[in-house]
Design a protein. Structure first.
Length: 112
């Protein structure tokens, strides 16, 4: 989740807490410290992460990458996670919409 050698920051902890709080409408959302950052789960399915610097990311499918790049989102290394844009962070509707997509993508990937 974090960069190699990166240390968990207060910003990462605060962002993870804020993201979990904002996504409670999905039901059962919780975070867990992992690899210098946080994994964000719903019903034991990881669909988001917060890196050690405090940047939040949602899971995405290959079909979503072009639109995410156009929106200004940035990929998280080789992982299928894309940053949450400022416009999504400031709009509850957009944030929840993207979270639902990420959760569905993660559930589908888990079935495979």
């Amino acid at each position: 989740m974090g960069e190699k050698g990166g240390k968990l920051t207060g910003e990462a902890s605060a962002t993870a807490e804020e993201l979990v709080d904002a996504l409670q409408e999905l039901g059962g959302v919780a975070s867990k410290k992992m690899f210098g950052g946080y994994g964000v789960f719903c019903d034991d399915v990881m669909f988001a992460l917060v890196d050690s610097a405090g940047t939040p990311f949602f899971r995405a499918s290959d079909d979503q990458v072009e639109a995410l790049e156009a929106s200004g989102a940035v990929g998280h290394g080789r992982m299928p996670y894309w940053s949450i844009t400022d416009s999504e962070r400031t709009s509850e509707e957009r944030l929840l919409g993207r979270a639902r997509e990420a959760l569905e993508t993660a559930r589908e990937a888990k079935k495979k």
